[in-house]
Write a protein of this length. Sequence first.
Lengths: 223, 324
Amino acid sequence: MKVYARYFVILVVAFVVSACDGVTPNKCQVVKSSDRSNPYDLDFAMMFPANCPVPLGSVGEYKRAGATVYDRGQQGDFFDARGEVYTSDGMFAPNALDPRLPARHVTRFQSVGGQWQAELLVHYQAATGGNPWHDSGRFRAFNTTDRSDDAHAEIRITYSDADLRVATVGPINPHRNTLTTWSAAISGGVAPFEYRWHRDGTLVSTASSYTGHVGTTDFLLSA
Amino acid sequence: MESLAHPHRILRQHFSRVFYVTMLLLFILFVSCDRAVTHPVEQSYTQEFSMYVTGEAAQSLDEAGRFPVMTASGSLGSAIISERRAGELAVAYVRGFGEFFRERWAREHGRYFDLESLRVDHRIQFLPTAYEEFPAGYMPAYRKFFGPYYLVTLVSGSSPVLLVAVSAYSTDVGIDKFGKAAIPGGGNGGEFSSYGITHSPGGMGPLLSEWAVVIAGKRLGARTSRVPELVRPLDPVSPLDPLWRLELDRDVLLKTKMGGKQVAAREVFVSRGGRFFVPSESQPPYQHIQAIRLDSDFDESPSPLVIRVVSPAPVMFDEVVEGV
């Protein structure tokens, strides 16, 4: 048991979902944490992410995760802390410098000013909402046994709504024979966006706005 | 008379209220500003420092009356970054990861400081490793952990607020277009660690060899005769917690904190918190550690291995106190 307790793993797990529309950012929910009386108690000073829901990223965007973990128990019991980021875009989040590799980070518990702490840093490619079947992400810390009575902590991560909503902005009853502009107002979704404007079913523009001659007859405009 | 005096009393009371509120606001403003705080010994060492140096140490002082900084020297085995790059990476680290550590830094330092305004102190110290080059076949993080570091002090206004240890092997760490550190994955680590600089006596103060000299001079009554060197004790002591090695101009009598054994020392080692150490009687030629192999799964147990200690300086210490 002592041998097992000398080692633990931290997983930073981020899955992409689309379930938290309209939720005001708040502290991510702590699902479980180690008992303060546990002799191998770990204390997360700052977990990633601190607040939920977490916004999805754009294609090509990189994000960072960070955590300080304190060993408040018997000093020197833990050697390593490990961070790993999963996203729904793939099994692992490709790291910044080599997209073939998962974003992982190993750090060691060290004594600083009499405290035992480990500083985790992960730099990873942001998830963009590729696989929506995961309903939450996790940030976990546990030792090798991951038994319920061992040091562990977990928070639940929720993600901002990825559903796209588009509204056309412009006059409903424009003046006859005038040039009029309509634009698309977007909420949700993940940039970059493609635009398609149809007038009576015919594609008339692929820009974020459409300017057309009104003419004298009614028409249906959709974006 | 009563009716005439009344308006004056009201005016006086009103003035008094305004005065107190103004004073209160000024006080709040005063305590909440991130004003420059000078370390207590920083204030005094410049005045007293010259009293406590002699010989080669006195001759080595620069124009500002300070010791030269520690620079990379000896056989390092691998390519290392320059001190200038270490400073750039320290700033990029704060930009990239400061949001996660800001609260901790404030707690360690004693107050919040503006991350955007931090600048690099030009005295970047090189901290040599105590170990041989880390063996191949393990996750690259370990090579950095057990390798040399640069210690970069970041300053807010005129006050040192944060010490960042930057691995000298961080040749693979980039800076993105936003000025943020881009850390490679794949099992990396050990590039950075940090700790807020406290200005409380006995805390993790600024990394100042001159301060260590003054502390030793005042408390031990001896002068420093050689330029102080930075020494990193064996793992798991962080590179943020190194010791200043001071050679004194005479033997001083000390006693070990554990056991009270009497020691006569010509050389003492001083921590950032102002504690004294002497080398342990036995200095290990190697150290048993555990590390994750490259060919193992990421969540497997680390494998045991032995690494050689090659430091010419002591690496294990006993804390001592003055007086016998």
